[in-house]
Design a binder for this molecule. Sequence first.
Ligand SMILES: [Zn+2]
Length: 105
Amino acid sequence: MKRVYRAASLLEVAHARNVLITAGIRCELRNQYLAGALGDLPMMETWPQLFVEDDDERFALSVLARAATATGGSPWACPECGEKLEPQFLQCWRCGADKPGPAPA
Ligand SMILES: [Zn+2]
């Protein structure tokens, strides 16, 4: 199995999982209930993660990249600190400012 996606928010991972399932890719959601439970692990290792079969990795990554572009628009710059951010992020990872404009439903 290969990891193709992870995020701090289970909502984001669930969305990515739906995208993969819609594309016909079998995937496995791990760490769904683990967040915060394992203090010894690096934080990102406790995030919910999506795994796919080795053979599906490249296809899964391209599907996720397309989905991020389609739903998130273009990369944006943080209005507070000027950090450049990928469209799938709704908050600046650097200063925590929200993405400008209407929030997606
Ligand atoms: Zn910022």
